[in-house]
Design a protein around this ligand. Structure first.
Ligand code: NAP
Length: 285
């Protein structure tokens, strides 16, 4: 499994598996076990996905060791602040049935993220978290967090796919050593991604699908990906992206698909902030 080295030296698999909107307990556990059989070892969940327990159960059932996996979970906005973060982290550990997390992210740039970050720095120093990071942080918020704290985020997990390429974010973060991770790397199937003509014609040349071309394009940009699928064949398809390489001309063609905006929602829209700030959980976009 190819990995990236985070800014604290921790190795993280380049390809992981996303668990958003997998609410049904038995089905979720079966899906995780299928993904493990395919070869996935990195799993991305969140307190708000309400499926951390399924990961813990699947790890036990897999017969593999905890250290064979890279587990990411996230702190939701209603639990920000120093004390609440400690409580929320312990709840996540209980659900995941583990005594440490590989990567813990602040899910949204909302609430008392500075109090949360201090709690996360402590948990990191105690060895309860191997790397700490953020998600959905625009550059201004990320830089502000970085310059006012001791530990720099290892990761920023953001929306990233052919229609929202985060080129400026990547350019900036490379200099600061913050690894980019793509959420919804397949655009969650929106905007007719799977029938996009540019991606399909590139795929024909390599006998690869649109999904494979898209995921390959992301890993060639050194972006960590966490595609989700409930279908074992598509899980394998999404994992099988290491036997071809896109040319610079093909990378440029894909670059032209960028609209430079979210296909979901804008974290700078005050009405969205009001909506997100009040949510207790997020399972529907
Ligand atoms: P995604 O991985 O971009 O796309 C998943 C969709 O694509 C599903 O409908 C799936 O359907 C379909 N699909 C997957 N592989 C396919 C293939 N090879 N061919 C055709 N269709 C395929 O979606 P996502 O779940 O939105 O994002 C991935 C992960 O990012 C999430 O699960 C979550 O862990 C994370 N995330 C984080 C945030 C955040 O705020 N930090 C936000 C959103 C997501 P089937 O199941 O039928 O295959």
């Amino acid at each position: 499994m190819e990995t990236v080295k985070l800014n604290n030296g921790v190795e993280m698999p380049l390809v992981g598996f996303g668990l958003f909107q997998m609410l049904e307990k038995d089905k979720c556990e079966r899906t995780i076990l299928d993904a493990m059989e395919v070869g996935y070892r990195s799993f991305d969940t969140a307190a708000t996905y309400l499926n951390e327990e399924s990961i813990g159960n699947a790890i036990t059932k897999s017969g593999l060791k905890r250290k064979d996996f890279f587990i990411t979970t996230k702190l939701w906005s209603s639990s920000t602040g120093y004390i609440e973060t400690h409580k929320a982290f312990n709840r996540s550990l209980d659900q995941l049935q583990t005594d440490y997390v590989d990567l813990y992210l602040i899910h949204q740039p909302l609430g008392d993220v500075y109090g949360s970050w201090r709690a996360m720095e402590e948990l990191y120093e105690k060895g309860k978290i191997r790397a700490i990071g953020v998600s959905n942080f625009y550059l201004d918020r990320l830089v502000d967090l970085m310059i006012h704290n001791d530990i720099k985020p290892a990761i920023n997990q953001v929306e990233m796919h052919p229609y929202c390429q985060q080129i400026e974010m990547q350019r900036y973060l490379q200099n600061d050593g913050v690894q980019l991770q793509a959420w919804s790397p397949l655009a969650s199937g929106k905007e007719n991604l799977f029938t996009n003509k540019v991606l399909a014609s590139i795929g024909e040349k390599y006998n690869k699908t649109v999904a494979q071309v898209t995921l390959r394009w992301l890993i060639q940009r050194n972006v960590v990906i966490i595609p989700r699928s409930s279908n074992k064949q598509r899980m394998a398809e999404n994992f099988n992206i290491f036997d071809f390489e896109l040319t610079p001309a093909e990378m440029d063609l894909i670059k032209q698909l960028d609209t430079n905006k979210s296909i979901f929602f804008d974290h700078r829209d005050p009405d969205i902030i009001k909506w997100l700030g009040k949510l207790e959980q997020i399972n529907d976009l």
